[in-house]
Ligand binder design. Structure first.
Ligand SMILES: [Zn+2]
Length: 200
């Protein structure tokens, strides 16, 4: 191999690695921990959530928000309409974790997202439901929480309450799904990853 070929080879390698690091930083995600979780559990769950999006080429910064702040207490159940504006990139996406599911949610529900909310918390995850999954299926709590957060954040970023038959946006995760997820991880399907990269 000549010096020129070596230089070209090195340039190609540098280009490949540069593309590999070309994550799209979308914005800031603010987490309001109203369940008062162990800090290490929350930190691990946050890393798990972020890793799901990084596999789709999406990156974001995560900061903690006050659990008692007014923005974390309000929930805007506004329905989406065709002309609903997307979240402004200058406003953090607010995820909150509450200790227990309010009455009325089905036992299998781990949380909910409000893709078209214009104020307040954009998505909520129920710590007690996640803990039950963790205990019943022997999935580490931070892992289960991280995937539950990623699923709800997926609704927000895709601005859709729809589910898919495969991937992290499936509506129901079976026992086998959870075991697969705990071992190998779970991600957005190819179409959703493409949409996420183009939207954000
Ligand atoms: Zn969902």
């Amino acid at each position: 191999m000549t010096i020129l070929q070596l230089l070209l080879f090195a340039a190609t390698l540098a280009s490949v690695f540069a593309r590999g690091r070309d994550y799209r930083t979308i914005r800031t995600v603010m987490i309001h921990d109203q369940a008062h979780l162990q800090p290490e559990d929350l930190s691990s769950a946050t890393r798990t959530m972020a890793s799901v999006f990084r596999r789709s080429g999406i990156d974001f910064s995560v900061i903690s928000g006050s659990p008692d702040g007014p923005d974390a207490q309000i929930v805007d159940f506004r329905a989406c309409i065709a002309a609903s504006p997307r979240h402004s990139g200058s406003v953090p996406i607010r995820l909150r974790i509450i200790a227990s599911a309010p009455p009325g949610f089905s036992p299998a529900t781990l949380g909910f997202a409000l893709p078209c909310a214009r104020y307040g918390a954009n998505a909520t995850v129920f710590a007690d439901r996640v803990m039950r999954v963790s205990c019943d299926l022997s999935v580490p709590f931070p892992t289960a929480l991280g995937y539950a957060l990623a699923h709800e954040l997926g609704h927000l970023l895709l601005q859709s309450d729809e589910h898919t038959p495969t991937g992290i946006m499936r509506a129901v995760w079976s026992r086998s799904d959870w075991r697969t997820l705990a071992t190998f991880g779970m991600e957005f399907d190819a179409n959703q990853s493409e949409v996420l990269r183009h939207i954000w």
